[in-house]
Design a protein around this ligand. Structure first.
Ligand SMILES: [Zn+2]
Length: 64
């Protein structure tokens, strides 16, 4: 059973990256999960999807 943080996100990268980077990536992972597409609008921001935060999170994960 994988350990999860308080938000329930599995820290997939824990132990691979330094704690600061692992936390950043876990946050990005959570942002992508929460900022979903609802008929072209972000379910959290209400902005056109993909919203800025989802794009930033995707950028952070792509940079790894
Ligand atoms: Zn959003």
């Amino acid at each position: 059973m994988p350990k999860t943080d308080s938000s329930g996100v599995v820290p997939l990268v824990a132990g691979v990256f330094p704690p600061e980077l692992a936390r950043l990536l876990a946050t990005a992972q959570r942002e992508i999960t929460e900022h979903g597409n609802d008929h072209g609008l972000c379910v959290v921001c209400g902005s056109a999807f993909p919203c800025e935060r989802a794009e930033l999170a995707a950028f952070a994960l792509d940079a790894v």
